[in-house]
Write a protein that binds this ligand. Structure first.
Ligand SMILES: [Zn+2]
Length: 692
């Protein structure tokens, strides 16, 4: 057992088995029923009520729990309207349809469709279809002489974070952006639609933020510091992560009315979506009138922080998920929270029966994730020094359950820990482990995954179950990218087309996602097992040879790119050398640690652990990445034009994309220095582990 002396591994096994007997499906179902009982968007009283209920739940499990409040610049929609003006007039922005089978779909308190952090605006202009609205799509448009300048861009959801669509539309001088859900991507082309099946019906809309989180997430006016009441704030005009054009989301039936009327040339074959007619690029004679009016104010954000105190309060094992939802949020985020509450109940029961955690367990329920990772970002910014001194790792579980397929993403040092935890837990409905079910699914799916990024990980050549890299898109972002705390995200996924719509509700989960709630209970068991391993380990169970392998592979790839582009330099060579040194140091430290188990004193183990928790932080560049200094990590960041997907060695990679030679040199220097710092820490670990 990684991190445990052989004599201690048995006791850990007993503790974990005792824990895994506790989480159950009935409690998880009751949790989700409560969480989804009313809409609870960030910035509303519903969100405050959920936070109070969560705090009380954690207290009832024996945690020391409180609400921490921040004040963020956050808008709620006043008016979001859309009208087709020509070739015929038609009111659009139609609401999501209510269904008799599911009374929750008729709630007038559900917020209408809007994109958080859209600018207000009132524009009338011809429309151009821009496919997914990616850089590549705009290049294709330019090649056929079509521009969105002075027009309204119409993009379908998918392929990149929606904020990137807004940023690119703005960069190409569009007056506004309308984003629609295409049935080819998450509607009837994929399968039966709600309420018959799990996919998006024609009236279903995807709400969501267009904050430029790849520049910085969180409160737009307090980048880098906690949004507390006395904090000095920028003006909205100074905020670099806000768009200047209006953006709104629409459903497929409204998109059909617009697209069917459009002229211009036929779209390229791979731009054709799932609506039953040929799409045209436009503009032709189709004009739209869009109006977005947003009520921006300082609004309260309610995080819940719950602690189960350990023997040492100087080391924290952290878990988190958000509690705010666009409407009910049964999958996103309720399923993760329902499982986390079962994890907390299990840990609380262990504590009541006499166990005391070695390290303090901190469970966090974030508010404001949906508009822009606000609760977690402000918490990390406000408590940066303490977190960097104490936090051992952060375990996230957004979108905890939307089906039966396990997956995860993590910093490479923690990937094997997720696999280990999955090996210990029984999968629902059979005698095999979550890990074996995971491997079997990966083999059958043959690398073909849909849905969230964590399932796009390809099979590993080693035969291990694949895990993705952390980009952005959930609350681990500030922990990893800003604070350098090792992080992971995991959950069970499946056919899930109702993301960010009113239909992501209890009925959906009970009918399609997890009717017996067995996967919720199973997730709680995996989460708790991973947390207990981290909590109780003699030596923190980080796998740095795996980390070094991934860094070396990426560095080698970038060096090859640089050679092909004839910009290879001594500085690029130094990066490759520093990654080889990192690999050698990681291998030596790992071998020394294996030999040391049970032979070094507790005091030496403490010193080893203090070194180990600093390694990830030594990969931070204090000045941050070029053009986005909030992002400090030299190994991981969200891509500037992908948004959710992780970009490896982001500073250097983007400097190469831009063929910016001074930036290539600067970023290569920063990366080399970071890898050298990490190697020195690992060398210290090896020395300590070899000392007697
Ligand atoms: Zn979420």
């Amino acid at each position: 057992m990684r991190g445990f002396a052989p004599a201690r591994a048995e006791a850990e096994g007993v503790l974990e088995r005792k824990y895994r007997a506790i989480p159950d499906a009935a409690h998880a179902e009751a949790n989700l029923r409560h969480i989804t009982s009313e809409p609870h968007m960030a910035g509303t009283e519903g969100s405050h009520r959920v936070a109070e209920w969560l705090r009380d739940q954690y207290r009832s499990f024996g945690f020391d729990a409180d609400i921490v409040t921040y004040s963020a610049y956050l808008g709620l929609p006043r008016e979001v309207s859309l009208e087709l003006m020509t070739p015929e007039r038609k009111k659009l922005a139609t609401p999501e349809q209510a269904y008799e089978a599911d009374k929750d779909t008729a709630n007038p308190k559900a917020v209408g469709a809007f994109n958080a952090y859209s600018a207000s605006g009132d524009v009338t202009a011809p429309v151009v279809y821009v496919n997914y609205g990616t850089q590549e799509d705009y290049r294709a448009l330019a090649a056929i002489g079509v521009s969105v300048e002075g027009k309204i861009a119409l993009a379908r959801y998918g392929h990149c974070y929606r904020g990137i669509k807004t940023k690119l539309a703005e960069e190409h001088k569009a007056l506004g952006l309308v984003i629609f859900s295409d049935p080819g991507d998450d509607g009837y082309v994929q399968g039966d639609v709600f309420p018959t099946g799990p996919w998006r019906p024609m009236s279903g809309v995807q709400r969501g933020s267009v904050e430029y989180t790849e520049i910085y997430p969180g409160d737009p006016l307090t980048s880098g510091v906690g949004a507390e009441s006395g904090t000095k704030r920028a003006s909205p005009g100074e905020a670099m992560n806000l768009s200047r054009i209006p953006t709104m989301p629409i459903n497929a039936q409204d998109a059909a009315a617009i697209l069917a009327s459009m002229g211009g040339v036929h779209v390229p074959r791979n731009w054709q979506g799932g609506l039953p007619f040929t799409y045209h690029v436009g503009p032709g004679n189709t004009t739209l009138h869009m109006k977005v009016s947003v009520d921006y104010q300082q609004r309260p954000i309610y995080d819940v922080i719950a602690k189960l105190h350990g023997t040492s309060d100087d080391e924290w094992v952290m878990l988190g998920n958000h509690h705010d939802a666009w409407v009910y949020g049964a999958v996103d985020p309720g399923s993760g929270t329902a499982a986390m509450l079962e994890t907390a109940r299990g840990l609380g029961e262990l504590a009541r029966s006499g166990w005391k955690p070695r390290r303090t367990i901190v469970m966090c329920e974030w508010d404001g994730e949906e508009p822009g990772l606000i609760g977690s970002t402000e918490f990390v910014e406000a408590n940066l020094a303490e977190l960097q001194a104490k936090a051992v790792a952060y375990i996230n579980t957004d979108v905890g359950v939307s089906g039966p397929n396990f997956g995860g993403s993590a910093t490479p040092s923690l990937k094997e820990l997720i696999r280990d935890a999955a090996r210990e837990v029984q999968a629902p409905g059979g005698s095999r482990s979550v890990y074996d079910a995971w491997l079997e699914h990966v083999a059958n799916a043959d690398g073909q995954f849909s849905g969230a990024a964590r399932l796009t990980a390809k099979a590993e050549p080693s035969g291990d179950a694949p895990l993705g890299d952390l980009g952005a898109g959930s609350d681990f972002c500030a922990f990893l990218d800003h604070a350098g705390i090792p992080s992971m995200d995991m959950g069970f996924e499946g056919d899930y087309g109702v993301y960010h719509s009113i239909y992501d509700d209890f009925y959906w989960m009970k009918t399609f996602g997890d009717p017996t709630f067995a996967y919720h209970a199973t997730l709680a068991k995996v989460l708790g097992t991973a947390a207990l391993r981290l909590d109780e380990a003699d030596v923190l169970p980080f796998d740095y040879p795996a980390y070094a392998w991934e860094v070396s592979r990426a560095a080698y790839g970038l060096n090859t790119r640089a050679q092909e582009a004839a910009v290879a330099s001594e500085k690029m060579k130094a990066v490759v050398e520093a990654s080889a040194q990192f690999t050698a140091s990681a291998t030596r430290a790992s071998a020394a640690l294996q030999k040391a188990h049970g032979t070094v004193t507790v005091a030496v183990e403490d010193r080893i652990n203090r070194e180990l928790v600093q390694i990830e932080q030594s990969l931070l560049e204090p000045g941050g990445l070029s053009h986005r200094p909030w992002y400090k990590h030299t190994i991981y960041a969200p891509g500037s034009y992908a948004g959710y997907a992780a970009e490896l060695l982001p500073g250097l990679s983007e400097a190469l994309d831009n063929m910016d030679r001074p930036a290539i040199d600067r970023e290569a220097d920063a990366l080399t220095a970071a890898l050298q710092r990490a190697s020195e820490r690992l060398d210290m670990v090896a020395r300590l582990a070899s000392s007697k």
